[in-house]
Design a protein around this ligand. Sequence first.
Ligand code: KG4
Ligand code: ZN
Length: 334
Amino acid sequence: MKDIYILSVETSCDETSIAIVKNGNEVVALTILTQMDTHAKYGGVVPEIASRMHTENITMVLEETLQKAKMEIKDVDAIAVTYAPGLLGSLLVGVEFAKVLSYVYNKPLIKVNHLIGHIYANKIDNHLEFPNLALIISGGHTELIKMTGDYEFELLGETQDDAIGEAFDKVARVLGLKYPGGPNIEKLAEEGKPEYKLPKVAHDDSYNFSYSGLKSSVINLVNNEKQRGNEINKANLACSFQTTAVEELTRKLEKALKETNIKNVIIAGGVSANKYLRNKIDELCKKYNATLNLPEFIYCTDNAAMIGAAAYPLYLKGEFADLDLNAESTARIC
Ligand code: KG4
Ligand code: ZN
């Protein structure tokens, strides 16, 4: 069969990224331009600034990607783009850009859900085994999904309140750490011990998650100690928070491993870059004789290569989008 090259565009949050992916799992070229330093000044992503920066940079990101790949747009077989979920203004920049490329170069357009992109990041330089349990852990999502085949998803559980990444970011802020909080909490936690007793999330029988109670208990603890004039051991608190947050994930994943007897596990989304979490999930998978699939670090956080990987099965099925494609800020996988 002829090799298929997909040019993919990702602008759902604060990374402007374009990739060329061959046959759904080989990255020919990838460019990621992060706006992190700009948003760090404000303590979080400012949507208006994000979309303006995407507009300013996207052409340059395309040029750089084509140069790295030594290819021209006419050489690719399709244009893929993240259309949802994410920041509407940011998504729109990518969607309109991809639509123009598709129209001008007469290439089919493929719309990709960002979360499905995170799952397919596991397919890069690898392949997906089915059935599998996929844990999506990002700034906006905490979901446990059962996959029985390409694009066959069953939602087992999801967060009832805050996403795990959101909890990391908010706890980081109250500890005075810079945005994005997740990696900074991880770094600080390495120097600490889990000595603060934080409330565990109430056990229930579902696969759903909850993070707002844990987040609030850290914020309350910091405020109470401040009022009393007591010093907080930030490294110990970061470590206690990270330990409890990861326990909530492993508890539900363990329940799913036991009850479904599925032997393949995937982790996806920005929080999957966390090494402590990777180790804990790895230990759990070993206990149940399950294989853990982990994306390389660079493919854990937002990038266009994962969008190209997720677009490939849609290309094979001929599932193409029309030029009236619109961005959507929310969208479910299933
Ligand atoms: O997938 P992603 O890049 O964007 C979304 O789709 O949300 O995930 C971003 C989230 C942020 O909340 C960030 O703090 C978190 O992933 N994150 C981490 C780590 N690296 C990124 N959380 C914990 N530990 C990390 N090393
Ligand atoms: Zn993401």
